[in-house]
Design a protein around this ligand. Structure first.
Ligand code: DOR
Ligand code: ZN
Length: 349
């Protein structure tokens, strides 16, 4: 088999940023995906329907501008799906209105201090009970960065501890709430999601399928492989690969592509985030092929996500061709995931 044609996929978790960085990265996602769930952790965060509508317009404009500059039409039909950044003071009525008007697709919960631009996030889950009740009532998904922020907890244990202390009780309190545990990194998470209720699902990134924590220190400190949640031990990577390729509808594609300017990565206090958008499908295809599961890629990339969100599947297809695909060291000044490597598949249409 030298080509692989699948229904057009979506990215259920991406950071597109704003301003010049948005202009530099938006087209990469638009070329690969029909739709993407866009994270709201801008400065200031996206907390209102008006702000989300304006941000959505800026994303669409950036893709169009790129198409004009490059003379390409790839990605012209890209649809950003917007999320609201949950704060303790957010207005549930505005969220509900934004959802009804088709502006907000989901709400993102960052525990305060867990990651990039999360300071405005939630400290006390009790404070947002009315918001969670609204989400549960209207069927709007809650997307969770699942790490505790307690400095006493070892950073490699923060996801597992979050599941036990925060997520399990939350699901008990709100049994009808649709929850996506984002960018899972552990076998604790794959087990919890697989055996959990149907309203619980998870996204899996390409990088957590490819690297374990050794990669962060291979021959020296590797800032481009630092992300949050940080990559874990090999046994966890293997559990993620098994989950992604299992065919279970509870696991779907979410790149967590999170570009940062060079100086923010190469710094005494470098930012978390891996920029994987330009070769995301190629990167996932490498994993599915190595696991002898290329027949499961379409469902993971194009079916499980929309079914969970209650959205239509995309029309149309994309084709990957089996050919050596060198990944550049830099794209628009950013270091992409797999920089300098050669991947075995290439997205051709
Ligand atoms: O690595 C990450 N980068 N993880 C996150 O949760 C946030 C993201 C970012 O915005 O840079
Ligand atoms: Zn993210």
């Amino acid at each position: 088999m030298n080509t692989l044609t699948i229904r057009r996929p979506d990215d259920w978790h991406v950071h597109l940023r704003d301003g010049a960085l948005l202009q530099a990265v938006a087209a990469a996602t638009a070329r690969q995906f029909a739709r993407a769930i866009v994270m709201p952790n801008l400065r200031p965060p996206v907390t209102t329907t008006a702000a989300a509508r304006a941000y959505r317009d800026r994303i669409v404009a950036a893709v169009h501008q790129d198409n004009q500059d490059s003379g390409s039409t790839a990605g012209a039909e890209f649809r950003p799906l917007m999320t609201a950044y949950l704060t303790e003071t957010i207005d549930p009525a505005d969220l509900e209105l934004g959802h009804r008007e088709g502006v907000f697709t989901a709400v993102k919960l960052y525990p305060a201090g867990a990651t990039t631009n999360s300071d405005a996030g939630v400290r006390d889950l009790g404070a947002i009970t009315p918001v969670l009740e609204t989400l549960e009532r209207i069927g709007m998904p809650l997307l969770i960065h699942g790490e505790v922020t307690d400095a006493e907890i070892d950073i490699f244990d923060r996801e597992a501890v979050f599941i036990e202390r925060v997520l399990a009780p939350l699901l008990q309190r709100h049994p009808g709430l649709k929850v996506v545990l984002e960018h899972i990194t552990t076998s604790d998470a794959t087990d919890f999601v697989r055996t959990g209720p149907a309203n619980l699902a998870a996204t899996i990134t390409p990088h957590h399928l490819h690297i374990n924590r050794n990669a962060l220190f291979a021959g020296g400190l590797r800032p481009d492989l630092y992300c949050l949640p940080v990559a874990k031990r090999e046994l966890h990577r293997l559990a993620l690969r098994a989950a992604a390729t299992s065919g279970s509808p509870k696991f779907f594609l979410g790149t967590d592509s999170a570009p940062h300017p060079r100086e923010a990565k190469e710094s005494a206090c470098g930012c978390a985030g891996i920029y994987n958008a330009p070769y995301a499908l190629e990167s996932y295809a490498a994993v599915f092929e190595a696991e002898n599961a290329l027949d499961k890629l379409e469902a993971f990339a194009s079916e499980h996500g929309p079914r969970f969100y209650g959205l239509p599947l995309n029309d149309g297809t994309v084709t990957l061709a089996r050919r050596p695909t060198p990944v550049p060291e830099r794209i628009a000044g950013l270091v992409p995931f797999h920089a300098g490597e050669t991947l075995g598949w290439q997205l051709v249409t």
